[in-house]
Design a protein around this ligand. Structure first.
Ligand code: ADP
Ligand code: ASP
Ligand code: MG
Length: 406
């Protein structure tokens, strides 16, 4: 008997009819003789609604209480799914994160999973139950409720799969796999039948929200067999797997954009040892994940640092930077969320030159100005004005011939 973890995202459980659809899928897998664990997200739009309510009171809201609030969406979904399965005549039991427990560190709103308790779930599975686990939720060493960051239910699913040593973890969503780019941006996007962990990690970190980055990390580290599929049809999905010698290494295999980042500049900083350390230590202590960093060439011992962070952390970041501004003798701090980061990703980039040049000239031909550039071994990212995001994605998708089978 195989243990299969199936995760359903917000759109897939968006209303009672869709929850019934999920229940039928889960029941089918159970009837085929598998032990099924289901991880669900909050119903579509619910987490946003809760966040907006809290922010209308105070922005940023108290983080401990924020997690108490935003974890509630998932509790509603697990109960509704369990009630639906029970009504269909199946034995089902739902659990919140703390009941499993899904143990995490203390980083409210962006907690990392440290351990998953398998005992109760395995007992229920052996007793013939379908087990339903709330995605997104965890519990810290002090017993506080935590959440895993936006999109974190994917990570809950992979963590549960790793904890149970499951045979398969299926991520059911509103698209039928991982595409060369977001299929909602261009209908030329092509489904990938398989993708290597490293490329998937880069795509997730560059904004392809189809998989949460930590879900990919956990799958890679714990060797979880991970598949992305549609909850609305039976199409074959995308297998996220080890990169092996047989895999064709496309120069560029995906284009992503992220419109959820913001850019912050600290101007007029002293160009001396320890300055960057102080700025970024303050941000790290507040668990703010900094993405791109650019420091200007120093003139007269004075320099500017510009970096990008998640848009949701902009207010907090500006507050922290204002605090360090004075001791560091900086002139000004300013931020903007009118940006998008477009990236091209491909394992074949390692062995090809001219990829960056082609990306920059493609953007230039569209009249798009590049504000920041960052590269890794298999990724090039450019920050541009937000209004050009989709245009840039389509132009790059065409320029690298991603609509054509390689
Ligand atoms: P869920 O609620 O099921 O977790 P998400 O909205 O988090 O779903 O992720 C699915 C969405 O990811 C798709 O609707 C699609 O718009 C987006 N997406 C972005 N990049 C890609 C990509 N390369 N391949 C597939 N989907 C992508
Ligand atoms: N409900 C959470 C969110 O909207 C977690 C998830 O859907 O994965 O971010
Ligand atoms: Mg998601």
């Amino acid at each position: 008997m195989a243990i299969i973890v199936q995760k359903f995202g917000g759109t897939s459980v968006g209303n009672l009819e869709r929850i019934a659809n999920v229940a039928r899928r889960v029941a089918r897998c159970h009837d085929e003789g598998n032990k099924v664990v289901v991880v669900v997200s909050a119903m579509a739009g619910e987490t946003d609604r809760l966040i907006d309510m809290a922010k209308s009171i105070k922005n940023p809201p108290n983080e401990r209480e924020m997690d108490v609030l935003i974890s509630t969406g998932e509790q509603v979904s697990i109960a509704l799914l369990a009630i639906t399965l029970d009504a269909m005549g199946y034995k089902a039991r739902s659990y919140c994160g703390w009941q499993i427990p899904i143990a995490t560190d203390r980083a409210f709103t962006a907690a990392r999973v440290t351990d998953v308790g398998a005992e109760q779930v395995l007992k229920d599975l052996n007793d013939g139950y379908i087990v339903i686990v709330a995605g997104f939720q965890g519990v810290d060493p002090d017993g506080n409720i935590t959440t895993l960051g936006r999109g974190g239910s994917d990570t809950s699913a992979v963590a549960v799969a790793a904890g149970l040593k499951a045979d398969l973890c299926e991520i059911y969503t509103d698209v039928d796999g991982v595409y060369t780019t977001d299929p909602n941006i261009t209908n030329k996007a092509r489904k990938l039948h398989r993708i290597g962990h490293e490329e998937m990690l880069e795509m997730a970190s560059a904004g392809a929200k189809v998989l949460h980055i930590r879900a990919v990390e956990l799958a890679m580290n714990h060797r979880v067999r991970l598949v992305v599929r549609s909850s609305f049809n039976d199409n074959e999905g995308t297998l996220v797997t080890e990169e092996n010698a047989l895999m064709e290494k496309e120069i560029v295999s995906g284009v992503t954009c992220n419109i959820k980042e913001a850019k912050v500049t600290i101007a007029g900083l002293k160009d001396q040892p320890g300055v960057a350390a102080q700025v970024f230590s303050a941000l790290a202590d507040a668990h703010i994940v900094v993405d791109m960093i650019v420091q200007n060439v120093s003139a007269d011992g004075i320099t500017d640092i510009t970096f990008t962070i998640p848009q949701a952390d902009l207010v907090k970041t500006l507050e922290l930077c204002e605090k360090v501004k004075e001791p560091l003798g900086a002139r000004a701090v300013f931020g903007s969320d009118d940006i998008a980061k477009v990236s091209i990703i491909g394992a074949g980039m390692r062995s090809h030159s001219g990829v960056a040049a082609r990306m920059f000239s493609t953007l230039a031909q569209e009249g798009i100005n590049i504000e920041m550039i960052a590269t890794s071994e298999i990724k090039i990212s450019c920050v541009i004005k937000k209004k050009y995001a989709e245009l840039a994605v389509r132009a790059l998708h065409d320029a690298f011939g991603l609509d054509k089978v390689g």
